[in-house]
Design a protein around this ligand. Structure first.
Ligand SMILES: *Cc1c(COP(=O)(O)O)cnc(C)c1O
Length: 402
């Protein structure tokens, strides 16, 4: 990092954790320490010629915050620097990122392949929205490479996947699926929300576009919604994705970008602490007599443990807990908790727990619930930043009452 340009530091030689603190920063003429919040919709010009020039030379300066905003650009550049992406755009929510990343590249007659185990709104976009526009969607068992191979034996425009998936924690073999997808002509869009940018780097396994719900770990403190689309290739981002976003306007607010930018500074510390605590909690729950099964990527009992070890550097903070009982026992356990909060959000510094069958996934049909293992005794736990022993004691007490 060069001392000579404190307003516009070059962070390319820094280690990843340092990039999270200094990446993307552009200081103003006031030389502020903390990143400035440019809470503005538009920008002014010193002359008519300057305005003419700004529109003639796209991207040469800021013209309107739907296209680009200096605070949002700091957030986008910081994450792109960390992730190894050439292009990034921040959106108002994770779903705006999923929608923009997918629909910007699709037309009537195209074909999309995705695993059945997806976050409910991602599933809606691939199944319902795509079909409204005459785009064929094909679903596979994301853990079965033979099904991927079969589905990708025909020309395909896009593959959309989550790994690990929400809430099934199914893991997709990124390297193998990206190879099959590219052979079929498809762009691979990976939703990396559960793994976080800290624990899994989809670009290194061949993904073309990575999206985040920044609402989750990137903010990580329950303050705002946000999303990001990152493209490995600048040209794909600026030629295909950017026109779609610029003209449809799923833009993030500068204030939310500022929160997320500051959230990035502690992202590695938080995710590593939460991931270590989640492993402890998973081991405790796995040996609990009222628990039938715990799904956690870094437990040797996870069906894809070897694959997890190959493509993730930690297990993350999310657990699926299948109780031996059904809905009654699951509700009793939730109602017996004192510290862990009942909430459908995740990735927060506060430990949060939800009953997917009656909340996040209540709109699925019975068959879809069976296919996605959204069982009456399933609880989804997001491990926070509290002392892991307090989380374990709270769960132990609540399970005793279940
Ligand atoms: C939460 C979530 C989303 C949606 O993000 P929002 O910020 O709530 O719009 C998309 N994908 C996954 C895997 C998620 O967990």
């Amino acid at each position: 990092m060069s001392r000579t340009d404190h307003r516009n530091p070059n962070v390319s030689g820094l280690r990843p954790r340092s990039k999270l603190v200094h990446g993307g920063i552009r200081r103003s003429q006031f030389d502020e320490t903390c990143e400035a919040l440019y809470q503005t919709s538009g920008f002014v010009y010193g002359s008519a010629e300057e305005a003419e020039n700004a529109f003639a030379n796209d991207g040469s300066r800021h013209v309107y915050s739907r296209f680009r905003n200096p605070t949002s650009a700091m957030f986008e550049d910081r994450l792109a620097e960390y992730e190894g992406a050439e292009w990034a755009y921040a959106t108002s929510s994770g779903m705006a990122a999923v929608h923009g990343a997918l629909m910007s590249g699709l037309r009537t007659g195209d074909r999309v392949v995705a695993p059945r185990s997806l976050f409910i709104s991602c599933y809606w976009i691939v199944k319902e929205l795509c079909s409204r526009f005459g785009i064929e969607s094909v679903f596979v068992d994301g853990t079965d490479l033979a099904e991927w191979e079969e589905a990708l034996s025909k020309p395909t425009k896009a593959v959309f996947l989550e790994t690990p998936s929400n809430p099934g924690l199914e893991v997709v073999d990124l390297e193998a699926v990206c190879k099959l997808a590219h052979a079929a002509g498809a762009v691979v869009v990976a939703d990396n929300a559960f793994a976080t940018p800290v624990l899994q780097r989809p670009f290194e396994f061949g993904a073309d576009v990575v999206i985040y719900s920044a609402t989750k770990h990137i903010d990580g403190q329950g303050r705002c919604l946000g999303g990001v689309i990152l493209a490995k290739d600048r040209k794909y981002g600026s030629d295909v994705i950017h026109p779609f976003l610029r003209h449809t306007g799923p833009t993030i607010s500068p204030f939310n970008s500022w929160l997320l930018l500051k959230g990035m500074e502690t992202l590695e510390l938080r995710v590593h602490a939460q991931s270590a605590a989640a492993l402890q909690v998973a081991e405790f729950l796995e040996s609990h007599p009222k628990v039938a099964q715990v799904l956690y990527p870094l437990l040797p009992s996870h069906p894809q443990y070897d694959l997890v070890r190959k493509q993730m550097t930690g297990g993350g903070n999310m657990l699926s807990v299948f109780l031996k009982g059904g809905k009654t026992e699951a509700f009793n356990a939730l109602n017996g908790l004192r510290m862990v909060m009942i909430s459908n959000n995740l990735g927060d510094s506060k430990s949060l727990i939800t009953h997917p069958a009656t909340t996040t996934h209540s709109k699925l049909t019975d068959e879809e619930k069976v296919a996605a293992r959204i069982e009456p005794g399933l609880l989804r736990l997001s491990v926070g930043l509290e002392d892991p022993q307090d989380i374990i004691e709270d769960l132990d007490r609540a399970l005793a009452e279940a």
